[in-house]
Design a protein around this ligand. Structure first.
Ligand code: NAP
Ligand code: GLV
Length: 309
């Protein structure tokens, strides 16, 4: 069995060694143009040339949860694309979003500023019932995040394409549920995949429907958010602030207004990192299962290519 590794912005050697150790007997090589045909591919944002050349693949494994970069390419027909299914990401995402929510709700930035001035000051405690949190996307990451936030006794709402039932979370679905979901949300968390249906979903008219003094947490993809619309709503006060981990262009260009905006906290696409050991174990397990004839339906994380996630 041959495995081709084609991951941009990724240190290849530890992945190659890890995959070789997890799949003894397999040949695991980094891809370069003209390389021999492989049975399986392990990829992250590969070039089109990779798929144009690798015509005998039996499966493509993405070393991230989001497959939007793959969906832009011409993929080989009939070959399953499998994304990471959690692999240690959901707990990281729950940490990040809880941090963002609590930092805003408890006004820790304000306390930091006061302390920097040598001021021992108190702020009036806020009521968590005034801060309903709406999580867009109730998949592997969104479900864990919404359940974690419910543990802090915040009112939590969730929105997904298909109807869901999650303990402690008021669930909405589809276009019909979207306006009701937004109108009841003050802190908005985006954990949607980037697809034609979700691109620019956080724009002027949708963000304007949030409760006044809204707070926006984007941990999905930069293209979910219309940057200028967020800036306008921060200017007019409808949105009180934002914590953003993902951007339309990454790294965030030096001149982008988000860097220095006093109401925006920027992090460098780090909310849920790919954990190498967990990911290798997961991918190797799935390759073994496919080799042993497992049904595709039994493999978690197979992408629905029609839906784009
Ligand atoms: P997932 O399990 O596929 O969940 C996606 C959720 O979004 C599902 O609940 C799905 O609804 C919902 N959804 C999709 N299209 C929708 C639409 N048009 N309207 C309403 N809901 C819709 O994905 P995941 O593993 O949770 O990951 C989510 C995204 O997080 C990834 O695609 C990636 O872009 C991003 N991410 C970011 C980082 C980071 O470090 N910043 C790390 C990992 C992932 P159904 O349940 O009805 O299908
Ligand atoms: C990271 O953004 C991922 O999609 O895994």
């Amino acid at each position: 069995m041959n495995i081709s590794f084609c991951c941009t912005d990724t240190k290849a050697q530890p992945w190659l060694e890890g995959l070789r150790a997890a799949l003894p007997g397999a040949t695991v090589e980094p891809w370069s143009e003209g390389a021999a045909p492989a049975d399986y591919a392990v990829v992250w944002t590969p070039p089109q040339a990779f798929f144009d050349e690798q015509t005998r693949l039996k499966g493509v494994f993405n070393i991230g949860a989001g497959v939007d970069a793959l969906m832009k390419l011409r993929l080989p027909a009939g070959v399953p694309v499998v994304r990471l299914d959690d692999a240690g990401m959901s707990v990281q995402m729950a940490e990040y979003v809880s941090h963002a929510v609590i930092r805003h709700f408890r006004e820790f930035d304000g306390y930091d500023a006061d302390v920097a001035q040598g001021q021992w000051s108190y702020r009036k405690p806020r009521m968590r019932t005034d801060y309903p949190i709406g999580v867009m996307g109730l998949g592997v990451l969104g479900e864990r995040v919404s359940q974690t936030l419910a543990q802090f006794d915040f009112p939590v709402l969730g929105w997904s394409r298909s109807p869901k039932a999650i303990d402690g979370v008021q669930c909405f679905s589809g276009d019909d549920g979207f306006k009701e979901f937004l109108a009841a949300t003050r802190i908005l968390v985006c954990l949607l995949p980037l697809t034609p249906d979700t691109e620019n979903i956080m724009r002027h008219d949708t963000l304007s429907r949030l409760l006044p003094g809204a707070y926006v947490i984007n941990v999905a993809r930069g293209r979910h958010l219309v940057d200028d619309d967020l800036l306008a709503l921060l200017d007019n006060g409808h949105v009180a602030g934002a914590m953003l981990d993902v951007f339309r262009t990454e790294p965030l260009p030096a001149a982008h207004p988000f860097w220095a905006h006093p109401k925006i906290t920027v992090t460098p696409h780090t909310s849920a990192r790919t954990l190498r050991e967990e990911s290798i174990a997961q991918i190797a397990g799935k390759i073994r299962a496919l080799q042993d004839g497992a049904a595709l339906a039994s493999i978690a994380g197979v992408v629905d290519l029609k839906q784009g996630y």
